[in-house]
Design a protein around this ligand. Structure first.
Ligand code: UT7
Length: 321
């Protein structure tokens, strides 16, 4: 039987951290107290003009390859999860393939599931590898969300940041990914969106993030707890044997609410939202890489990755590192 396993992680955030007070200094009508108390966010990183999503994705991938001890030529599948692609087309994955030097011929494509994008992409890659068609995949979550923020809307602009994270997934005999589940409910498309598209040479509709924060909050806590139970059950892994819960990093109160609903100690939850803000599709692989490099997530441990976001979409991947 073929399984897939994460054999390397990498990440990058652009530039220096930007604090809540820095946002106040830039004219956002907010305060450090409001943002840190309501969300747990203290810092985020914002890409300079000229730094693209594919730049961040390429660097995160390079670091993941280095951690895995592999070269771009060893990769035969590239998937990028992003909601802020460099262009309408070609895909960011094709740009990364070219920038990294992954051999021509390997399939490369983007996945759009907003903040669930990485979990969607990892699940898709797992299915490719388990089918025997491909051997080593690069799965990347990368965003320059600052480009779609309305800096005059304090209810959204303080929440998001830029960054990228990547993993190398390899096919083999040892189980790494133990279970996965993906879901969507398109009837909820209106509670979180960037409702615009290019048409006839200009953008039609609002090109910024629009969100009903409280509706998103309630939806997120419910589905994150439900999908965590679903994958634990699939793998027949008792909650007590789960080492780490690593949910999408949107708001520390969502992370705490999810842990509480599951009956899991907050000590078992990976939290990086305080330093990165919400980096959408990048948040899960970024937090994973940070926790691995800090020696919190150790080889042999079980980790439950979870995504939730626009669509509405949600999903989870349970893996042994
Ligand atoms: O990837 C998924 C994406 N999104 C999320 O996960 C976000 C989920 N939602 C949330 O995290 C929370 O709903 C928010 C952090 C967005 C908002 O927190 P809240 O506790 O639901 O606040 P609220 O929207 O009810 O606003 C409370 C007050 C309002 O003032 P009034 O009407 O009570 O006078 C807002 O105008 O806070 C005000 N407010 C702010 N004040 C200072 C909203 N944003 C800010 C701000 N600074 N940045």
């Amino acid at each position: 039987m073929i399984f897939s396993r994460v054999i390397g992680t990498g990440s990058i955030v652009p530039g220096a951290p930007v604090s809540n007070d820095d946002l106040v200094a830039r004219g956002v009508e907010t305060s450090d107290a409001w943002v840190s108390e309501r969300t747990g966010i203290r810092f985020r990183h914002l890409a300079d003009k000229g730094v693209s999503t594919s730049d961040l994705a390429t660097e995160a991938a390079r670091r993941a390859l280095e951690a895995a001890g592999l070269r771009p030529a060893d990769i035969d599948l590239v998937i990028v999860a992003t909601t802020t692609p460099d262009m309408v087309f070609p895909s960011t994955a094709c740009l990364v393939q070219s920038a990294l030097g992954v051999p021509a011929g390997a399939p490369a494509f983007d996945v759009q599931a907003v903040c669930s994008g990485f979990v969607y992409a990892l699940t898709i890659a797992d299915k490719f590898l388990r089918s025997g068609s491909h051997k080593r995949a690069l799965i990347i979550g990368a965003e320059t969300l600052s480009r779609i923020l309305d800096w005059s809307d304090r209810s959204t602009c303080v929440l998001f940041g830029d960054g990228a994270g990547a993993v190398v997934l390899e096919a083999g005999d040892t189980p790494g990914i133990l279970a996965s589940a993906l879901h969507a409910d398109g009837t909820q498309h209106g509670i979180l969106s960037v409702p615009s598209h290019p048409e006839g040479g200009s953008l039609v509709g609002c090109p910024f993030i629009r969100m009903d924060g409280q509706a998103v909050f309630k939806f997120a806590v419910r589905v994150l707890a439900d999908v965590a139970r679903e994958v634990l059950e699939q793998a027949a892994l008792p909650l007590e044997q789960l080492d780490w819960l690593l949910p999408h990093q949107a708001n520390v109160r969502i992370l705490q609410g999810t842990a509480k609903r599951l009956g899991l100690s907050e000590e078992n939850v990976i939290v990086t939202v305080d330093r990165h803000g919400n980096t959408s599709a990048a948040s899960v692989p970024l937090a994973l890489d940070v926790a691995v490099r800090e020696g919190r997530i150790l080889p042999g441990q079980t980790v439950l990755l979870e995504g939730v976001g626009g669509g509405f979409t949600w999903g989870a991947v349970l893996l042994r590192i």
